[in-house]
Design a protein around this ligand. Structure first.
Ligand SMILES: NC(=O)c1ccc[n+]([C@@H]2O[C@H](COP(=O)([O-])OP(=O)(O)OC[C@H]3O[C@@H](n4cnc5c(N)ncnc54)[C@H](OP(=O)(O)O)[C@@H]3O)[C@@H](O)[C@H]2O)c1
Length: 322
């Protein structure tokens, strides 16, 4: 499958490195707002075609999957144009700026019969199945609490600072802890308490979100783009807890009893860098004629976008034009 990468930033580099190591998929082209940047990127990663506009990449008939790696503010336009060009898309998280944009894109995907998925990479990892199986086995009894923290000090990044680029901790990092909860708890969220500290640009810098699920599970999650923490995820049950050492990209899951006694440590299966699973999932879904990835359904992407709209509304965080 020939992939076209749109944009040449940090995560586009990771995608190019990943695709270069994969079998059955390759990065055929990169598109940038600048021809020079596209050429430099293509030279660095051995990519055959370099385009000086996103539109040129979308017009390449050989591209079979477009990976959208722009700031959040540009996801909508690029993805809309890609779907209109009949190109399946894998769009970096957060999928769109808000639920209105997300609903428009998902409706367009249905209307045109073109695949689109959100690149929420932990959703596609084998570790998710491992975690679910452990929970279903009853190894920690009945799950009662979920706690998860995601923090990176990325406060110097323009993309994170600026409201006009869809900045803030929630769309960059908070989206991971919300997905962590949704991946391991099926019950709908009934109540939310939340608070946030805003940066001087107006975006959310640090937030704490407590959710009560319909089955009584309490999920307490935190995100910050202004500090560096442990990024651990814990699911506590009546007889023990599961600990994910890194909730975005775990290397293992620990099953623990009281006083941190580790009963079992299950490593994740060998992998390249964890980023490959989402590309493989897209390939499988597209080859099966699907318009969504079973691992990150359209409904789930939209649920999370609505949740993030609700949180931002409580904090008074708005993007231009909203
Ligand atoms: N999955 C992960 O682990 C992960 C990690 C980090 C980020 N992300 C996600 O990936 C996306 C991009 O993040 P990033 O860290 O790669 O960002 P970045 O390093 O700032 O790169 C963004 C790229 O987007 C293009 N772009 C288009 N419009 C732009 C604008 N108005 N201002 C600046 N750049 C613009 C630029 O490429 P050209 O100039 O070549 O067009 C730029 O290099 C976001 O959705 C982010 O949440 C995911």
């Amino acid at each position: 499958m020939n992939v076209g990468i749109i944009a040449t930033g940090h995560i586009a580099e990771k995608a190019a490195t990943t695709l270069a190591a994969m079998e059955g998929m390759q990065c055929l082209a990169v598109g940038s707002r600048s021809q020079e940047k596209a050429q430099a990127f293509a030279a660095r990663f051995g990519i055959p075609r370099a385009y000086g506009s996103y539109a040129q990449l979308l017009a390449d008939p050989d591209i079979q999957l477009v990976y959208v790696a722009t700031p959040h503010s540009a996801h909508f336009e690029v993805t809309r144009d890609a779907i209109l060009a009949g190109k399946p898309c894998l769009v970096e998280k957060s999928f769109m700026l808000n639920a209105t944009e997300a609903a428009t894109i998902l409706a367009l995907s249905r209307e045109k019969g073109v695949f689109v998925a959100e690149a929420m990479w932990p959703r596609y990892m084998p570790v998710r199945k491992m975690g679910r199986e452990l929970l279903e086995s009853g190894i920690i009894g009945e799950p009662r609490m979920i706690s998860a923290t995601i923090t990176y000090n990325v406060s110097d990044k323009e993309r994170v600072q600026k409201p006009e680029l869809g900045g803030g901790a929630l769309l960059d990092l908070g989206v991971y802890v919300l997905n962590f909860v949704r991946m391991y708890a099926d019950s709908p969220i009934e109540r939310i308490n939340t608070t946030c500290i805003r940066a001087n640009t107006g975006v959310d810098a640090t937030e704490v979100i407590t959710m009560v699920l319909a089955d009584g599970t309490v999920a307490s999650v935190q995100a910050s783009a202004w500090c560096q923490g442990d990024n651990v995820g814990v699911i506590a049950g009546t007889t023990g807890y599961l600990c994910f050492d890194d909730l975005i990209h775990p290397t293992h899951i620990r099953v623990c009893r009281k006083r941190h006694v580790v009963e079992k440590e299950i490593p994740v299966p060998p992998e390249f860098n964890g980023f490959e699973h989402q590309f493989l999932a897209c390939k499988e879904a597209i080859e099966a004629g699907l318009i969504e990835a079973p691992q990150m359904s359209h409904a789930e992407t939209l649920y999370i976008m609505h949740l993030m709209d609700r949180l931002r509304a409580e904090w008074g965080v708005r993007f231009p034009g909203e």
